[in-house]
Design a binder for this molecule. Structure first.
Ligand SMILES: Nc1nc2c(c(=O)[nH]1)N=C([C@H](O)[C@@H](O)CO)CN2
Length: 120
C-alpha cells in the first residue's frame, strides 16, 4: 500500500555562510528551510509512543547544525546535503526540501530551490 504520511517542518531559520561572491563568505545570511519527510506515523500513533515517531525537534537541530557548520556556495548544495541527511541518518524513504534565501534578490520576496529525493 502506498504510504502518504508525512512529518513536516516549515520555515526553519538558519544563519549560514552561503553564496558565490567573496563578500558573502565574510557574513552569515538567513536561510529558510521547509521539509516534507515521508514517514509512517501509524506505529507512533497506535502506541502513543515517541520512540516510533520521527522527532521534528531532533531533525530541526540536525539540519541547523549541518547548514551552519560550514560554508557553502550554492543553495543547491545545501538542499542536497539536507536530503542525504534525512534519508541516511533518519532512515526516511523520501523527502522534499526547500531552501529559500530571502535576502538574495532585492525585488523578490524570496528565491531558492526545491528538490525531492527518495532512498535507493
Ligand atoms: N541557482 C542559484 N543561483 C544563484 C545562487 C545559488 O545558490 N543558486 N547564488 C547566488 C549568489 O550567492 C546570490 O545569492 C548573491 O546575492 C546567485 N545565484
Amino acid at each position: 500500500m502506498h504510504m502518504t504520511d508525512q512529518v513536516f517542518i516549515e520555515g526553519l531559520e538558519c544563519q549560514a555562510v552561503i553564496g558565490v561572491f567573496e563578500w558573502e563568505k565574510q557574513i552569515r545570511q538567513r536561510l529558510l528551510i521547509d521539509l516534507v519527510i515521508q514517514w509512517d506515523n501509524r506505529p507512533a500513533a497506535a502506541a502513543d509512543d515517541y520512540a516510533h515517531a520521527l522527532c521534528y525537534d531532533t531533525v530541526s537541530k540536525a539540519v541547523t547544525a549541518l547548514v551552519e557548520q560550514q560554508p557553502h556556495e550554492l543553495v543547491e548544495t545545501v538542499a542536497e546535503k539536507i536530503a542525504a541527511l534525512i534519508l541516511e541518518r533518519f532512515g526516511a524513504p523520501g523527502v522534499q526540501v526547500r531552501v529559500a534565501k530571502p535576502g538574495a534578490v532585492a525585488n523578490a520576496s524570496t528565491v531558492g530551490v526545491r528538490i525531492e529525493r527518495r532512498a535507493s
